[in-house]
Structures are given as C-alpha cells and as structure tokens.
Ligand binder design. Structure first.
Ligand SMILES: NC(=O)c1ccc[n+]([C@@H]2O[C@H](COP(=O)([O-])OP(=O)(O)OC[C@H]3O[C@@H](n4cnc5c(N)ncnc54)[C@H](O)[C@@H]3O)[C@@H](O)[C@H]2O)c1
Length: 283
C-alpha cells in the first residue's frame, strides 16, 4: 500500500520523532501542533536532527533537504482531512485524546484510518469516540522513534482486518518491525518495562544504591544500553506516571502504582530531558 500523505497530531517528543521517520521514508507529512510557536520549534528540532545525520554522514545534504521538504506543519486540524492515515501522539491523557478523536472524526474523510501512539490507554475507547470504530487502531512507536526498530500494532476488538493490515503496512513502510498486540494496558513492552522502572525508583527510595549506581549496575549487569533513571528521563516522568497509572487502573496490582518520588518530581516539574531536569540535569 502507498501512503501519499500522513497526518500527525502532537509535536512533543514522539510526534516530532514519528514525523522524521515517516518523512525519511518518503511520505508527505502534515504535522498538527496547537500553537505556531511549537510548530516552528518542531521544524527547528527536525532540522537539528537531520543536520546531525549529515555530520555523521548518515545522509547527504540533498537527502536532508528532501526530508525537510516533505514535512509541513499546521495549527489547523482541518488540514488533515484528506490524509491516508492520522497518527495521534498528544499527551497521555484520556480526556484530551477522546476530545481529539471526536474532532478528527468530524474533519477527516470517511476513508482515513486513525491510529493512536498511546503507551497504555484503551484504544477501543478512542475508537468508540468516532463513527468509524472499525478504522481505528494503535500504532505504538518507541523513543527515539527514528532509532528504535519496533512498532506495536494494537488491535482493539472493534478494528477491521483491513485497518490492521494498513497499520502493519505503514509500520513496514517506515522501516519498522511490527508486532501485533492486543488492546491491553501497556501492550507487551510497557507491561514488562514499567514495573522494572518503577522498582528502580523504589530501590532508590529505599537507599539501596545511588541512581548512578543503579544505572551502572543495570548496564553492566544486564547489558542494557541505558540504566532505568536515564531511561525514565528520556521517556518523560509525566508520561511515565501516566503509563503507570493506566497500568494500575487496568490490573490493580501494587507493583504498577507509581513510586511516590515519581509523582513528587512531576509536581516539581522535573520531567526529565524535556524540562532540562529529571533524575539527571540536562541544562
Ligand atoms: N515519551 C515516550 O517515550 C513515548 C514512547 C512511546 C509512546 N509515547 C506516547 O506518545 C504520546 C505523546 O508523548 P510524548 O512523549 O511525545 O509527550 P510530550 O509531553 O513530549 O508531548 C505531548 C504533546 O501533546 C500536546 N498536548 C498537551 N495537552 C494537549 C491537549 N489537551 N490537546 C492536544 N495536545 C495536547 C503538547 O503540546 C505536546 O505537543 C503519549 O500518548 C505517550 O504515551 C511516548
């Protein structure tokens, strides 16, 4: 299947990353941001990321310009009316996502497939906000989207086989390896990963080791490319708490309940890399 135009909603860490992946694989991308300033910031971020790739000789200057030329930004949701597929990647908040799906259903042509990049929230509930529940699924990229090879394609009980097949083709057309998963909180990766990250924060709270010590231990002892605190900072602590809350809401198992320190850090706006301060300082 050929994807002529891809719509992306949300210009945070993941929206910007997915836009880069899709454009790098030859797709025209329309990225919708709520404000012109964040739309401009997304383009600046994309330019910086592509410049780095030119420096590392992973792409030529001409290729960089072509990729940039395929991305347009807009503040109007209506600009996504005739894309082939929309990927929603706004804040991990059910109320905000529900509202967005209602709006997307109003402005997009009947044939458009809607995908959410949610990490944990029930995709079926977003599908039921629309008059096309059969055309809604999850396409869950990983962070950083241009680097990580996996995509989880999430099948809510409402999705048609055709929609899942579109999602699988899209993942492939973005150079990703897709695994089809059921619509359960955390799918596969986050259902396994987040109890571990949460337990690392508990170990820190118990004073078993320093954060640097725990990160060093998990890199050297398990061969992980980064330790749990570096990873939490990369994901974003607000997103991490939202993911743990959704896992806890679904399963009611104590190990999913966010460690108290995580919530305190979010309250203090220590969100990780995106705010400049998390477990580590990035300023
Ligand atoms: N961070 C990760 O590692 C990661 C990985 C995979 C999937 N995800 C998922 O991707 C989605 C986006 O996460 P992110 O890390 O890019 O977050 P982020 O905080 O970097 O960006 C969130 C974006 O949502 C926008 N937003 C906030 N409130 C909104 C509202 N009410 N309506 C519309 N837009 C709103 C913000 O302006 C921002 O552009 C979430 O569903 C998250 O679970 C995140």
């Amino acid at each position: 299947m050929v994807f002529k135009r891809v719509g992306i909603v949300g210009s945070g860490i993941m929206g910007a990353g997915i836009a880069e992946v899709a454009a790098a694989h030859g797709h025209e991308v329309v990225l919708r941001s709520r404000s012109q300033s964040s739309a401009d910031a997304t383009i600046a971020k994309l330019e910086k990321s592509l410049d780095r790739q030119v420096e590392k000789e992973r792409c030529t200057r001409e290729e960089r310009d072509e990729v940039l030329g395929r991305v347009s930004v807009t503040t109007e949701l209506d600009s996504l009316s005739d894309v082939d597929v929309v990927i929603e990647s706004i804040v991990e908040d059910m109320t905000a996502k529900r509202h967005l799906f209602t709006e997307l259903d109003r402005v997009c042509d009947d044939g458009v497939v809607f995908a959410t990049n949610t990490s944990t929230l029930p995709v079926v509930e977003l599908a039921m906000e629309t008059d096309r529940p059969d055309r809604v699924c999850g396409i869950h990229f990983f962070n950083p989207a241009p680097v990580m090879s996996l995509v989880e394609v999430v099948r809510p009980i409402t999705a048609s086989d055709e929609t899942i097949s579109v999602a699988l083709s899209f993942a492939q057309a973005c150079g990703k390896e897709a695994v089809e998963v059921k619509d359960r909180a955390g799918f596969v990766v986050n259902a396994l990963l987040f109890p571990y990250l949460n337990d690392a924060v508990r170990l820190l709270e118990q004073g078993v080791a320093t954060k640097e010590g725990i990160d060093t231990a998990m890199k050297g002892g398990c061969g992980f490319p980064m330790g749990p605190f570096a990873l939490l900072d990369l994901v974003g602590l607000d997103t991490s708490v939202a993911i743990l809350d959704a896992l806890y809401a679904e399963y009611r198992e104590a190990h999913y309940a966010p460690a108290p320190l995580l919530r305190r850090m979010v309250a203090a706006e220590q969100l990780g890399r995106k705010s400049g301060q998390g477990f580590y300082n990035y300023r």
